[in-house]
Write a protein that binds this ligand. Structure first.
Ligand code: FES
Length: 71
């Protein structure tokens, strides 16, 4: 799904870039993708996507490794 019509950024690109870069600001994520926002209409949705991506990453990072079965 396209989130940013001005730049043609899709939800998956924004999510993957946020996860890979660790950035949590849509403007910074857009700059990594190649250009900044134009009209800004997409920024609230992009922020939600980034927040969800960072919550998932944080949750996965915070998981303790499962103990191995006793041999
Ligand atoms: S829709 Fe993203 S800057 Fe306009």
């Amino acid at each position: 799904m396209y989130v940013c019509i001005c730049n043609g950024y899709r939800e998956s690109e924004i999510e993957q870039t946020a996860r890979a870069s660790g950035l949590n600001c849509p403007v910074a994520v857009y700059q990594v993708l190649g250009s900044g926002p134009c009209c800004g209409t997409c920024l609230p949705m992009a922020q939600d996507i980034i927040n969800n991506a960072s919550n998932v990453s944080k949750t996965l990072r915070d998981l303790e490794p499962l103990p191995l079965a006793a041999e």
